[in-house]
Design a protein around this ligand. Structure first.
Ligand SMILES: Cc1cc2nc3c(=O)[nH]c(=O)nc-3n(C[C@H](O)[C@H](O)[C@H](O)COP(=O)(O)OP(=O)(O)OC[C@H]3O[C@@H](n4cnc5c(N)ncnc54)[C@H](O)[C@@H]3O)c2cc1C
Ligand code: HEM
Length: 407
């Protein structure tokens, strides 16, 4: 809890800090990486830095956390912090590193806001930072404890037992321990981090959702290689570094550095009717959930909805249908932008996803994974259908700009 005086100072300065927070986080990363190049090279995702996504996610989280101290909403605080803590845990972040972030963040605040940062203002934001940091440190310690690892000690080596082509651009890797013992269990929907050493000497880390059922001895991830693409202004973005590295270089028998699974998009422990909605490679956490539901022959109504460019680009297409077939009350709807020579049929449609005809039972929980604009559109349609906002859960394949932004 912040003191009353601190709250008043935060209230008075939030508009100014909020307006400048984008500049502050940009300067923060620039100066921190100049002093600690190893953080940019070996810990942070430099693709996200180039695109500005991580700067925006940090800015959004700090601004939202500050606003939530003034208008408390514990559920939103928990949602925002749990997402960050899980991501931090999957990277092995440790308490001492919060001092480093503090140093460069507060230097950036002082530089951007100049004289407006009086001793009183600095002390108030300092208190807010440590409230957020200490809550995160505690949550991360809880996650490390629950995973049975020492603080930050999340990395292990695994061997690729099988590599399978799942679509033209996506491959799955079945991972097994080096000594043949079962890998630790995980919750359906969770992800792990993969670290690879690239040609320029950087060790870059990315997250991949577990696309297999949690109770098997092995883990499976499915990676879609990210191609270069042309933006509306004509500039061309580079090919994804890690996805292409994995696609081109990792085969059966190879050893990979991965972390213990973390992630807070997990199936709730209840029997609510389910809507599982994915687009493109966003199918992966949903495959993990469906695998689990099929293993337990879950008897509840489940609607599985997937959107993709074409059947040929749909990773795990046949496996998805098999899992749905194994569930007594599950139905599958698919939308492909290009159906090729096939004709639309019942629950197999051409075009973009349209939830108009999907019926939603009372108390339904929805789990979403796909590009952010897709999920925001689906969220609106689900709210219109009467699904409660707190029953709409999602995973984003990048820094989260949803949680701080959605009411
Ligand atoms: C929780 C979570 C789960 C995930 N699960 C999966 C999964 O199951 N399967 C999966 O395939 N992916 C998954 N992802 C995404 C994955 O982690 C990677 O983000 C993805 O593989 C791309 O990584 P990359 O290194 O290939 O691309 P990066 O090199 O990181 O590039 C990412 C994007 O940034 C663009 N970019 C890079 N530099 C610039 C620049 N200078 N200017 C403009 N644009 C630039 C690239 O063109 C590309 O489009 C998940 C992500 C998260 C957070
Ligand atoms: C109070 C302090 C901090 C806040 C508010 C914060 C906030 C965030 C947020 C919002 C994200 C994006 C999460 C997501 O949606 O995926 C994130 C990711 C991350 N954080 Fe922190 N963080 C803090 C401290 C730290 C510290 C101490 C470190 C270690 C140096 C760190 C390293 C990272 C890394 C490496 C990522 C992933 C970046 C990426 O994938 O682009 N953070 N953090």
């Amino acid at each position: 809890m912040l003191s009353v005086t601190t709250k008043e100072t935060i209230r008075a300065t939030l508009p100014a800090v909020g307006a400048a927070i984008g500049d502050i986080t940009t300067l923060f990363y620039r100066t921190m990486f100049a002093a600690h190049p190893e953080l940019e090279r070996d810990l942070f995702n430099r693709g996200n830095q180039q695109q500005g996504d991580q700067q925006k996610a940090l800015a959004g989280a700090i601004a939202a956390f500050a606003a939530l101290q003034l208008e408390p909403d514990q559920a939103r605080v928990d949602l925002i912090l749990s997402r960050i803590a899980n991501k931090h845990a999957s990277l092995g972040i440790q308490p001492a590193q919060y001092l480093v972030v503090h140093k460069y963040l507060f230097a950036a605040i002082a530089e951007v806001l100049g004289d407006a940062v009086t001793a009183e203002v600095a002390a108030a934001w300092d208190e807010l930072y440590w409230l957020m940091a200490e809550t995160l440190i505690e949550m991360e310690a809880g996650l490390y404890r629950a995973a049975g690892v020492a603080d930050g000690d999340v990395w292990r080596q695994v061997r690729v037992r099988e590599r399978r082509q799942e679509s033209a651009d996506a491959v799955s890797f079945v991972l097994t321990s080096l000594d043949g013992t079962p890998l630790p269990p995980f919750a359906p929907g969770q992800y792990l981090s993969v670290g690879v050493h690239l040609d320029d000497g950087a060790r870059q880390i990315r997250q991949y959702s577990l696309s297999s059922a949690p109770s098997s001895r092995d883990w499976r991830v499915t990676v879609k290689r990210v191609d270069a693409h042309t933006l509306p202004d004509g500039s061309v973005t580079p090919r994804g570094e890690v996805s292409n590295f994995l696609y081109r270089n990792i085969f059966e028998g190879d050893v990979l550095d991965v972390t213990t699974p973390f992630g807070d998009l997990v199936l709730a422990d209840d029997d609510a009717p389910l809507l599982l909605i994915s687009a493109g490679i966003g199918c992966t956490p949903i495959m993990g959930m469906l695998g689990h539901l099929a293993q337990t022959a879950d008897p509840r109504p489940i609607s599985v909805i997937h959107a993709d460019r074409a059947p040929s680009s749909h990773a795990h297409r046949a496996e998805l249908a098999e899992l749905v077939d194994r569930l007594p009350f599950a139905v599958m709807h698919r939308w492909y932008e290009d159906l090729g020579a096939r004709s639309p049929e019942d629950r197999l449609q051409q075009g973009r996803i349209d939830l108009g005809e999907i019926t939603v039972a009372d108390g339904t929980r929805a789990y979403l994974c796909g590009p952010l604009p897709f999920m925001l559109g689906v969220r609106e349609a689900l709210l219109d259908k009467g699904i409660a906002a707190e029953n709409i859960h999602y995973e984003i394949f990048g820094p989260d700009r949803w949680a701080p932004a959605t009411p």
